[in-house]
Write a protein of this length. Structure first.
Length: 406
């Protein structure tokens, strides 16, 4: 575990932080930390994320961003931030966010009592694993173009269409989906939000390989897929507003700075190693050291912005369009940090891929080896940050139109 970057906490928050540290020291097993460090993709695979989910659920700390009446922890914004920061510093795996952090707030805000009572406990326990069916071919940046149709009949709705770039659909048993219920009105007004059980005939998942060769995203085909009327969220035609609420949470509802700062701290430690054993290390390069320090400062600035956002949400307000600022900055920093890691490890990583001997018989330090192996695929996969949840160009447009009011 990395030494914690000291954060200015005092009083009750310090007691809370120590309790979190104690819990992580005793419950976050080394194989989970190692799995997290070795993850090349944007999302952690269920093999580790679900184990960590269960551990947190048993402790009662899983729903830390949910309202208290739905099982939330009731933590203050600062406590939520401390928790995320300590988890990042301890190399905790990412959680399955699609259910926990994207769908759950939608159900709390727009769901019926039946939907809340049925779905929320299953998201928490991990019984349901969710994926997100928004994007389609020709409907990514502009979701108003989507063509998946939902036709009402006596038993509910019948869905037909195809979704694209669906993260972890190959693990999921449920998909929350946007589909067109009315083709005669303004495109945005004809869209509805559905909860779809994927364990039925007519749902087909086809893998898409990422640039790094990983299987993280998919195409999902829906052919005469049945959705009971009770699994429509909100009103018919309310899907556009619900999607905007969800996307605000996707962009700014989670904190990105803790993980970025933890990765920067790790990179600093690893850049100080002497891979060739000749007394030189990457951190001695003044240009590298300056780039790393600049990224650290920018991540600290993001941290302050994220804390401000959390305080706003603690007052019951939505993340708001300023979540686009968070997404844009985080996306840029993530790619820069991962690029810098390739500077340190790229060559070593390639050698490992080719299974060649490294630096003599003993090879490099174990920490160095693992980071080297993952640096290049992680850098390639991190390019997706500029695309998913709305591309950088779309975030800039939102900021201009709704934050700067240009
Ligand atoms: C790794 C990954 C995971 C994803 N996971 C999911 C998922 O789980 N569920 C899901 O529903 N979707 C997912 N997506 C899809 C993602 O949300 C879309 O790819 C994204 O919204 C962009 O849409 P598009 O790919 O159709 O590109 P397009 O909308 O065709 O855009 C192509 C280019 O044109 C630019 N552009 C488009 N419109 C404008 C405009 N008005 N002004 C300026 N520039 C513009 C874009 O910025 C982009 O550079 C994922 C994508 C990736 C890469």
């Amino acid at each position: 575990m990395l030494a914690s970057v000291e954060f200015d906490v005092s009083g009750e928050d310090r007691v809370f932080r120590d309790a979190v540290r104690e819990f992580l020291a005793t419950h976050l097993r080394e194989e989970l930390r190692a799995g997290s460090r070795a993850t090349p993709t944007v999302f952690a695979e269920p093999e580790i994320s679900r184990v960590w989910q269960t551990i947190l659920h048993e402790k009662g700390w899983l729903a830390y961003n949910w309202p208290k009446e739905f099982g939330g922890t009731g933590w203050s914004p600062m406590q939520r931030y401390i928790f995320e920061k300590e988890c990042a510093l301890a190399d905790a795996p990412g959680l399955p966010v699609l259910g926990l952090k994207l769908l759950a707030p939608v159900l709390c805000e727009y769901g019926t009592a039946e939907q809340q009572q049925y779905y929320l406990p299953k998201i928490l326990s991990g019984e349901h694993y969710w994926c997100q069916g928004f994007s389609e071919s020709g409907a990514g940046s502009d979701l108003a173009n989507l063509r998946t149709s939902a036709v009402k009949d006596s038993a509910g709705y019948v869905l037909n269409g195809a979704k694209l770039w669906t993260t972890h659909a190959h693990f999921a048993d449920h998909i929350f989906c946007l589909a067109r219920t009315d083709g005669a009105v303004k495109p945005q007004r004809g869209i509805s939000f559905f909860l779809v059980d994927m364990r039925q005939p007519g749902v087909r998942v086809r893998p898409i390989r990422t640039l790094a060769g990983d299987h993280e995203v998919n195409e999902v085909f829906l052919e005469n897929v049945r959705v009971p009327a009770g699994d429509l969220v909100g009103e018919e035609g309310e899907g556009w507003s619900i999607a905007k609420f969800l996307l605000e949470n996707e962009r700014g509802g989670s904190c990105h700075a803790p993980r970025l700062l933890a990765d920067i701290a790790r990179l600093r430690a690893e850049a100080a190693l002497e891979p060739a054993g000749d007394g030189t290390s990457v951190i001695d390069d003044p240009l590298f050291a300056a780039r790393l320090s600049r990224l650290e400062l920018e991540a600290q600035a993001l941290e302050i912005t994220e804390l401000r956002n959390l305080e706003q949400m603690g007052l019951g307000q939505r993340p708001g369009p300023q979540s686009s600022i968070v997404k844009l900055v985080a996306s840029d920093l993530r790619r820069q940090v991962d690029a810098l890691a390739v500077n340190v490890f790229g060559y070593v990583g390639m050698q490992l891929e080719l299974q060649r001997p490294l630096y003599g018989a003993d090879g490099p330090a174990p920490l160095h080896t693992k980071s080297a192996q993952v640096a290049t695929p992680r850098y390639l996969n991190s390019q997706a940050w500029a695309i998913f949840g709305g591309s950088d160009e779309i975030q800039r447009t939102i900021i201009a139109k709704t934050v700067l009011l240009i």
